[in-house]
Design a protein around this ligand. Structure first.
Ligand code: NIG
Ligand code: FE
Length: 412
């Protein structure tokens, strides 16, 4: 496929660049008035329209006229396998109920776990597939998906098998993350070691044997998993080769970031609550700081200190956190808008964070997350746009118009 008259070909980083930190994130190379050639599912070549090569008629040609071409969004943090939405909690929140009150009324993560218990694998797959398809049509071309609404051996495995089926069905890379340490099930409320034992001795061996997960996650937070408990679970995961990607500092400065860095986490995610020590630690680490601004927006918690992270030279990624409780949306265009509006990230920084660094947070940035010769042809073409900044400016809309995966147009 040959795409011509591209108003701006976005994110043409040199192929050897695998992630960006601090000041580097302001650099988003764009080639104006460009062409892009895709062959065998890969980016074959690109250049300026002044030097358009004469190609044989074998190529399907797409005239981009007035449109931009982006590398697909790389959404590195989602929970899209769930049995049912939780709009009743949304209404309770508007009426002024706190998170604790909602949980006591049978809401929260345990509510999702309860609903998932009776759902069949087929049903969960169908529902997740609908969500994933919608995300892809909004420009997402690589995704991470977590378990964590199972909270029992049977249901955690059920979730991970659903993710494996999604991997085998969809034409995009999918990373699976094992998150049994998302909340303590009621029967283990007073017996934390009992549940941790279940995770370590019962779940992890089967997951490793069936190759069901790429990463391990823990919701390290007051009232959920302590730093000591997180430490124990991450050590056990490492024995099976599972690198951590953890939920850190969502509700408090908890020490979670430091535990993550100690275990060489690929990313620490959320970071709504940080102090100078956390910012400094991430600035001196390879661990990616993944921010989830649509979660802050939806549940009215503070927005992460992206400027502080960038000033300290951290690697910042953006992801959706799509889940039924804190973020019922997988719209990455909205995430990028919120990053600009609320985190004060510049459009260039936000786009790099949602593409290149998102790919890095899934360890796939050698193949995804930018436009470079030899990388996978997962891209999207926008609607006609007056400038690059129009994408985050057009708050609440999705500018992705034509989706191309592995060099072919994807219609859903
Ligand atoms: O990333 N914080 C933990 N987990 C999810 C929310 C889970 C839920 O409420 O269902 C999050 O925000
Ligand atoms: Fe999450």
């Amino acid at each position: 496929m040959l795409i011509t008259n591209i108003k701006g070909l976005v994110g043409i980083h040199p192929k050897e660049i695998l992630s960006l930190r601090g000041n580097e994130m302001a650099n988003l190379p764009v080639l104006e008035n460009a062409w892009l050639l895709l062959e065998d599912g890969l980016i074959k070549d690109f250049g300026s329209m002044e030097n358009l090569p004469s190609l044989n008629a074998m190529h399907q040609t797409l005239n981009a006229e007035g449109r931009f071409v982006f590398p697909s969004w790389c959404d590195s943090h989602t929970h899209i396998v769930f049995a049912a939405p939780r709009e009743e909690e949304f209404v309770m929140k508007i009426a002024g109920k706190s998170y604790e009150e909602i949980a006591q009324a049978g809401g929260g993560i345990l509510n999702s776990a309860n609903k998932l218990k009776s759902a069949t694998e087929d049903y969960l797959f169908e529902q997740a597939a609908i969500r994933l398809n919608e995300m892809i049509l909004q420009g997402t071309g690589a995704v991470e998906i977590k378990s964590g609404y199972g909270l029992s051996v049977e249901s955690e495995l059920k979730m991970l098998r659903v993710i494996k089926r999604l991997k085998n069905t969809f034409p995009i890379p999918i990373k699976a993350t094992f998150l049994a340490a998302h909340a303590y099930p009621t029967e283990f409320k007073e017996n934390h070691q009992g549940y941790i034992k279940l995770i370590i001795e019962e779940m992890l061996p089967i997951i490793a044997q069936e190759n069901l997960a790429d990463y391990i996650d823990v919701f390290c937070e007051k009232g959920f998993f302590s730093t000591t408990e997180t430490d124990e679970i991450l050590i056990a995961g490492a024995k099976y080769g599972l690198k951590p990607k953890i939920h850190a500092n969502q509700l408090s400065v908890s020490g979670a970031v430091q535990v993550g860095i100690k275990h060489q986490a690929v990313s620490v995610d959320h970071l709504e609550e940080t102090d100078e020590e956390v910012l400094h630690a991430l600035g001196h680490s390879e661990t990616i700081a993944t921010l989830l601004p649509s979660c802050s927006f939806y549940i009215n918690i503070p927005f992460a200190n992206a400027r502080g992270l960038l000033k300290n030279n951290a690697k910042v990624a953006l992801a959706s956190d799509y889940n039924p409780g804190s973020t019922p949306s997988g719209n990455m265009n909205l995430v990028v808008s919120l990053a600009c509006i609320k985190l004060k990230m510049m459009p260039n920084e936000a786009i790099n964070a949602a593409t290149m660094n998102g790919a890095a947070a899934m360890e796939i940035s050698s193949e995804f997350g930018s436009i470079a010769i030899g990388k996978k042809a997962n891209i999207f073409m926008t609607r006609p746009m007056s400038s690059l900044a129009f994408l985050p400016y057009s708050f609440g809309q999705t500018q992705a118009e034509t989706i191309i995966l592995n060099g072919e147009i994807y219609n859903g």
